[in-house]
Design a protein around this ligand. Sequence first.
Ligand SMILES: Cc1cc2nc3c(=O)[nH]c(=O)nc-3n(C[C@H](O)[C@H](O)[C@H](O)COP(=O)(O)OP(=O)(O)OC[C@H]3O[C@@H](n4cnc5c(N)ncnc54)[C@H](O)[C@@H]3O)c2cc1C
Length: 488
Amino acid sequence: MKAIVIGAGIGGLGAAIRLAKEGYAVTVFEANNHVGGKMNNLQLGEWRFDMGPSVFTGPEYIRELFELCGEDFSIFQYKKLDESFTYFFPDGQHFSLPANEKDLIATFERELGEDPKVVRKYLKKSGENYKAIAPLFIETSLHRWKGLLNKKLLKALSRLPKYKLNSTMNEENTHTFSNPKTIQIFNRYATYNGSDPFKTPAMLNMIQHLEMNEGVYLPNKGMVNIAHTLKELAERQGVTFRFQEKVEKIHLDKNVVVGVQTEIGRYDAEVVLSNMDVAFTYEKLMPEADRPMKILNQEKSSSAMVFYWGIRKQFSELGVHNMIFSSDYTKEFKALFDDFTLQDDPSIYINITSKEIPSDAPIDGENWFVMINVTINKGQDWDAYRSTARKKVIEVINKTLNTSIEAYIEEEFVMDPVFIENTYSGKFGSIYGNSSNNTYAAFYRHPNFSKKIKGLYFAGVTVHPGGGIPLALNSAKIAIECLRQDKS
Ligand SMILES: Cc1cc2nc3c(=O)[nH]c(=O)nc-3n(C[C@H](O)[C@H](O)[C@H](O)COP(=O)(O)OP(=O)(O)OC[C@H]3O[C@@H](n4cnc5c(N)ncnc54)[C@H](O)[C@@H]3O)c2cc1C
């Protein structure tokens, strides 16, 4: 039996490994010349950058793939960071959040005056909600309730009032904490799946569980090593990769998948799994097929603009993950999701892997990944936005760090929504497909299988269960579980 995977992103890699373990002869077709999709590598002179994901949580989902293959996970080298994030506020206050619970809670009390009991209870609830919900919403298809373990379902349902389904993330955080800065810190997690904390349901206040309760990790050879490690694991299971071979069509015989057409030739297969953005899978690869329009027309998640700067200086006040907050978060999200314009005072995220991986920058330098969330591509003037955003970002960084950063930028590359759309085939340059900006968003994500086309499956952040590396890996697990059910 042959299986074809379209795209070598994280979801595609997870699916390829699992399909091989199911006994399929698997071929992965990737349009680009590299593995990992948005988890991409960039070398600018003496500086190396991870172009996409930078916050690594949930390494156990990678361990699971090694265990499935009966291989030793210790070949994948990574470390837990001592601090998750360093935060900077417009009034000059700044502090780092330690990884261990005791120091973390003490920092919220010392810096922001939060009651330790309140913070402890909030983090505990976030963890309990995650553990109750994960087996249902993150590790299982929401579109196939048959076979769901009743005990797990009952456990998740018994916590319904705790999910605060009728409140937003911001409402719950405002109700819980006294300091607006704490609220801003916890509201920030809505951006982890490209959503708006003023609209996203409070249930998603469990996103921070992985980062705050379990920890933030960094692979010893950078984020891109996750993709390389999974590719090598896949190859050891017999998976074949064909790079720079874009899939142009999914061939159907009535409503059954029979293979794909690439730029080079036709390939037959009983199973096709798409890791391409699900909207583009329908539009570009199966224009004649019925589309689930209600799902595909949902509001999209945000995009990003990233300045990759090779900096010839070291800044001791910065850590691996740094956030410089804007003064008006409400206005920032209004620009992102309502006005589709560039926010004039964006929060700025700076990731510096050379703090932990010295070879990523010269001895007197640092590799800065400077990101702002931006609205999706609706044909705005991105050249103008890039230049305005760059000026603003430099102005804020200079003020925050009391420096003249431009004088130290020796290398530069800029990524924007048009790049994301063109390079990774992400519709409108959105990073995570649909946003989670309404209570029922989880039910409006595309399932991991096609309801109408036999043999067609989906994995990646644009389908259930959504955004981030852990969820992309789970999407692959769910897709293959659905395939197994279909065969039985
Ligand atoms: C700037 C940025 C920052 C991010 N930060 C984080 C973070 O800190 N933590 C986190 O967990 N996640 C983060 N993400 C999201 C992250 O990218 C995802 O979690 C994960 O990498 C997405 O994987 P995916 O499986 O959806 O595939 P993608 O990465 O979207 O890959 C899809 C692949 O399919 C290929 N493809 C598309 N069409 C075709 C075709 N027709 N034929 C062949 N191949 C095709 C593409 O070339 C691509 O390689 C970030 C993303 C970006 C852009």
